[in-house]
Write a protein that binds this ligand. Structure first.
Ligand SMILES: [Zn+2]
Length: 364
């Protein structure tokens, strides 16, 4: 198809040496780090995507992406992680019962081991989005990631809060889809299923409630991720080409992680899925238990039109500033939603500078 941006393209980053660094987790999954190096740098930045997206969020060729912004702004050694939630892997659409505890316990410690093999003891700053942010913070606050200089969390951190409609979906969605409809995962491309299949019918039904645009994949993503028309971003903040290829950036997704998120929403903060799970006995049942011991600087970012995790990061900021005073900052992004702070057409003007300024405050 002419003019279509190919998936997984690296064309969005120029003037950097790019290398791939596959590694394995302790529970046997193959994951990957991609390094974008322009020069040696004392401060390494690691980018972490969210559920069903991938490192592609940070290297999109149609706008000035975060990797390019950081490279140009003096952070000349940037890494992007693809962990088990990445749409570059099949893990989330094949049968599994992974929880965010698995990611906190297995994915990030393994990623950091691989990263440290290459960068030694240089400072590491992490910028993470969505459930990548939540699970990374669980790993950090669970004591699995010593020596992280700073973490920037977009949309959500340790206190996931969602709109009422999303609460209903979190509670009733997994049994409804798995046991009644027989769908093990949801795909923004369901509208392209053969006519009259249940996937096609579901997408048609959802599109009937979404008249805000004519991109059916966008309607499905709103249904999958939040409460709003659209739910994940402000349309005005996206380039048309980004809006049209959103199903490339945020793809099909299993629904088991939703069970863990539902439990955390009910608890009001990050908790272990199954306190009796011996595989994760080294992680706390309550991820805020040891918050006072965390020395990492934290920037909580949120759009003021966040219709996926609403005011999660504002509430989290209040909680963390009491427990770890002086180490936590909050930036509210006017006119932004959940995902557009990363993929928006003007993110390099309105969002990335705030991230970069925070990083620079940590190194001076
Ligand atoms: Zn749309």
């Amino acid at each position: 198809m002419t003019g279509r941006i190919p998936r997984y393209t690296r064309d969005g980053v120029t003037g950097a040496e790019v290398s791939e660094h596959p590694f394995a987790t302790d529970d046997g999954l193959g994951l990957n780090l991609t390094r974008f190096r322009r020069a040696e740098c004392d401060d390494v930045v690691l980018l972490v995507h969210g559920l069903t997206s991938s490192s592609d969020l940070f290297i999109m060729p149609e706008h000035r992406n975060l990797v390019s912004y950081l490279l140009d702004d003096g952070f000349t050694d940037v890494w992007a992680l693809d962990f088990r939630m990445s749409n570059r892997f099949p893990y989330d659409t094949e049968t599994h019962e992974y929880t965010l505890d698995d990611i906190a316990d297995y994915d990030y410690p393994a990623a950091m081991r691989e990263l440290r093999r290459h960068i030694g003891d240089r400072r590491v700053h992490v910028v993470a989005h969505c459930l990548g942010s939540l699970s990374f913070m669980m790993s950090l606050f669970g004591g699995r990631l010593p020596g992280i200089a700073s973490v920037t969390c977009n949309s959500v951190a340790l206190m996931p809060r969602v709109p009422r409609w999303s609460r209903l979906k979190l509670r009733y969605g997994p049994p409804l889809f798995e046991y009644v409809l027989g769908l093990a995962f949801l795909d923004p491309r369901f509208a392209r299923s053969p006519r009259l299949t249940k996937e096609w019918a579901l997408a048609r039904l959802i599109s009937m409630a979404h008249r805000e645009c004519d991109v059916r994949e966008c309607h499905m993503l709103s249904f999958m991720w939040g409460s709003g028309r659209p739910a994940m971003y402000e349309h005005d903040n996206l380039l048309p080409v980004t809006h049209e290829r959103m199903a490339d950036l945020c793809s099909a997704c299993g629904i088991n992680y939703h069970r863990h998120v539902a439990k955390m929403v009910l608890a009001g903060h990050a908790v272990k899925f199954d306190p009796g799970d011996r595989r994760h006995s080294d992680l706390p049942d309550d991820y805020l238990t040891y918050a006072a011991k965390v020395t990492t600087a934290i920037l909580l970012l949120t759009g003021d039109r966040n219709r996926v995790f609403t005011d999660s990061n504002i509430v989290c900021y209040s909680r963390l500033s009491n427990v770890m005073p002086g180490r936590c900052e909050l930036e509210i992004l006017p006119g932004y939603g959940h995902l557009d702070p990363i993929v928006g057409k003007d993110a390099h003007l309105e969002v990335f500078p705030r991230i970069s300024q925070f990083l620079k405050r940590q190194v001076t």
